[in-house]
Design a protein. Structure first.
Ligand code: DGY
Length: 332
C-alpha cells in the first residue's frame, strides 16, 4: 500500500474540515491551539508535504530550508504578510490564501467599527456599565455624523469596494479613495467612488478606513505626519493589518484630540496592544475579528483545505499566490 501524504494543520480549525482533510491525507493537528514557535513549527513540519497556517505562522527562507519536503502552504487568511512569497517561489513551494469568501463579512465589520467609532458606542457603554449615568443630557456622547459624510478609503481592493458600496448606497456618503492603481470606470461607478491623491484623501475624509495590504511600503502609511493632515473631527478605522498605522503616534493624536476617534481591529505586534491605546477613551478596540462569523471562518478553512487537496491530488490549486511554481500548462 502506498503511503498517504502527511500534512499539518498549524492552528485549531473546525473538526469537519479536519475530517475532510483526513479523507486524503495523514493529518497532524495542533490541539492546544497555542501558536508554534518557529522551531516548533519546523519540527512539526518534518516529513510533511503541506500545512494550513494562519497569520501567526511565519513562512520564510529559514523555515523552508529546514523543511525540504514541504510543497504547499495554505494560509487561512486573505492577507499573507506572514509569507515570504519570493522565498517560497525560490524553494518551489506553493502559497495560497483565501480571497473572496470573506469580502462581504469583512466589509460589514469595517462598517460596524466605523459606526461604533463615530457614534461612540463602546465609550458610552463603558460609562453606563461603570454606573456613571445619572442624567440624560443633550450633548451626551454626541458623536460624528455618518450619513451624508465623506467616507475615505485607503486601499481599494475587494473589501475596500465592499465598504464603499455600503457607504454610498446605504448611507448616502460621498466616497473618495486612494489606491496604488485607479479602478476602472465601471468599478468606480458601482461604488460611486472618486479617485484622489493620498494627501487629498487625508484632508477630505470624515471617516478614513484602511483596507490596504501590509508590506514594507505600507509600513506606517499612517503616522504623525499623515494624522496631522486629517480633520480634527475625523475618525480613523484600521481593519487591514497592524503596522500600517504607527500606533504610538495614533495614541498621541487621540489623546491630544488631533483626530476625534479611531476604531482598530489590528495592531502592531498583536496580540500585544500599545499600552497608550488602552488608556485613551476615544478608541474602539477589537481583537482582529473582522472576518469572524462562523460561516465565513468555515468558508476560509474549507478554501484553504480545498487548495491543499486540489494541489496535492491534481496539481491544480484554487487560489495560488505564486502560480509560477506550477507547471506552465496549469497556470491560470
Ligand atoms: C485575513 O484574512 O487576512 C484576516 O485578517 C484574518 O487573518
Amino acid at each position: 500500500m502506498t503511503q498517504r501524504p502527511s500534512i499539518l494543520v498549524a492552528r485549531a480549525i473546525f473538526p469537519e474540515v479536519v475530517a475532510r482533510l483526513r479523507e486524503h491525507f495523514d493529518v497532524e493537528t495542533n490541539d492546544t491551539d497555542a501558536p508554534f514557535t518557529p522551531a516548533q513549527l519546523a519540527e512539526r513540519l518534518q516529513g510533511k508535504v503541506g500545512v494550513l497556517t494562519t497569520g501567526s505562522e511565519r513562512v520564510d527562507a529559514g523555515l523552508l530550508a529546514a523543511c525540504p519536503q514541504l510543497r504547499v502552504v495554505a494560509n487561512i487568511a486573505v492577507g499573507y504578510n506572514n509569507f515570504d512569497v519570493p522565498a517560497m517561489t525560490a524553494a518551489g513551494v506553493l502559497a495560497t490564501n483565501t480571497p473572496d469568501v470573506l469580502t462581504e463579512t469583512t466589509a460589514d465589520f469595517g462598517f460596524a467599527l466605523l459606526m461604533a467609532t463615530a457614534r461612540r458606542v463602546t465609550e458610552s457603554e463603558h460609562f453606563l456599565r461603570a454606573g456613571l449615568w445619572t442624567k440624560w443630557a443633550l450633548d451626551m456622547f454626541a458623536g460624528a455624523e455618518v450619513h451624508g459624510s465623506t467616507l475615505g478609503i485607503l486601499g481599494m481592493g475587494r473589501i475596500g469596494q465592499g465598504i464603499a458600496r455600503r457607504g454610498a448606497h446605504g448611507f448616502g456618503m460621498k466616497v473618495v479613495y486612494h489606491n496604488r492603481s485607479r479602478l476602472d470606470a465601471a468599478s468606480e461607478a458601482a461604488c460611486q467612488a472618486r479617485y484622489v491623491s493620498k494627501a487629498e484623501l487625508l484632508q477630505q475624509a470624515d471617516h478614513l478606513v484602511l483596507v490596504l495590504p501590509y508590506s514594507a511600503e505600507s509600513h506606517h502609511a499612517i503616522g504623525a505626519t499623515e494624522l496631522a493632515q486629517m480633520k480634527p473631527t475625523a475618525t480613523l478605522i484600521n481593519i487591514a493589518r497592524g503596522g500600517i498605522v504607527d500606533d504610538a503616534a495614533l495614541a498621541v493624536a487621540l489623546r491630544e484630540r488631533r483626530i476625534a476617534a479611531a476604531g482598530l481591529d489590528v495592531f502592531e505586534g498583536e496580540p500585544k496592544v500599545h499600552p497608550d491605546l488602552l488608556t485613551v477613551p476615544n478608541v474602539v478596540l477589537t481583537p482582529h475579528i473582522a472576518s469572524a462569523t462562523i460561516a465565513t471562518r468555515k468558508a476560509m478553512a474549507n478554501l484553504a483545505a480545498d487548495n491543499v487537496i486540489a494541489f496535492l491530488n491534481q496539481g491544480q490549486p484554487l487560489t495560488p499566490l505564486n502560480p509560477e511554481v506550477l507547471p506552465k500548462e496549469l497556470r491560470a
